[in-house]
Design a protein around this ligand. Structure first.
Ligand code: FPP
Length: 238
């Protein structure tokens, strides 16, 4: 969506939301727990938030679960996140699918364990006809890598310079169907984008909250949507 299209929209309607889920480690440290426990609680927050998003009429929710830079974390932490995704696919996402959630993954697929890759594809296929909420899980995702890959495809396909357009780049992103977020939320008080959806968030509203991700839920999502609604109304009035 372009800025000029946004002006004409119904005020308050953030239909496409993206979340940088940050603060699991600090949440765990504050309780004397392991980082893995923090991520586990983060997975519970994700389930709560997806259910809240359904209730709040969000149509597309993109969450940043594992970045291309997260491989640099200690191996046991990386392993714990891989296991957590596996468990989430086995236990949580089928429940969410019954509520109409379609899950898709966005990011590289070539560096994750084979069994996990297969489970991701199976879940995508099994939920393909669900329409209540589209959940995008960014995993081994980085925006710069995504843009480099898109450029590589343009070159590979021999696209002529004069034919390189915004549409031509968009069509070659990992998931061209991923809607531009109306709203990007980052938890835990950090105020950065950290290589998440750089192209897609060109016109997004940004909301930063001090809440650590494991404490995030319906109330915090509602508050962020209300903040977005206030900004949209001001933008529309000018
Ligand atoms: C950032 O917190 C969080 C991550 C790098 C992992 C995100 C994972 C989840 C929210 C759990 C759900 C994940 C899956 C796979 C379904 P941090 O560890 O950077 O926190 P810190 O900045 O306080 O250390």
């Amino acid at each position: 969506m372009t800025a000029s299209q946004a002006v004409g929209d119904e005020p308050g309607a953030a239909r496409s939301v993206a979340i940088i889920m940050d603060g699991n480690g600090r949440w765990a440290a504050g309780r004397g727990l392991s980082v893995a426990e923090g991520h586990r609680e983060g997975a519970r927050a994700l389930r709560r938030t997806v259910e809240a998003a359904i209730d709040l009429d969000v149509e597309s929710l993109a969450v940043y679960a594992f970045s291309t830079e997260n491989w640099a974390r200690p191996p046991d932490e990386v392993e714990s996140i891989m296991e957590l995704l596996d468990e989430t696919i086995e236990r949580e996402l089928p429940d969410l699918a019954k509520q109409g959630v379609r899950t898709r993954f966005v990011g590289r697929r070539d560096r994750i364990p084979d069994s996990l890759r297969e489970k991701m594809s199976t879940l995508e296929t099994e939920t393909a006809s669900n329409t209540r909420l589209l959940l995008w899980i960014a995993f081994d995702y980085g925006s710069r890598a995504e843009l480099v890959e898109a450029v590589r495809r343009l070159v590979d396909e021999g696209v002529r310079p004069q034919d390189v357009s915004e549409a031509a780049v968009s069509e070659r992103l990992y998931a061209p169907e991923l809607p531009d977020p109306d709203l990007v939320i980052r938890t835990s008080g950090e105020q950065r984008i950290s290589n998440f959806l750089l192209w897609q968030s060109a016109y997004s509203e940004l909301v930063f909250t001090d809440t650590l991700w494991p404490d995030f839920g319906e109330a915090e999502l509602r508050a962020a949507l209300e903040e977005y609604a206030r900004r949209q109304r001001r933008f529309g009035a000018r």
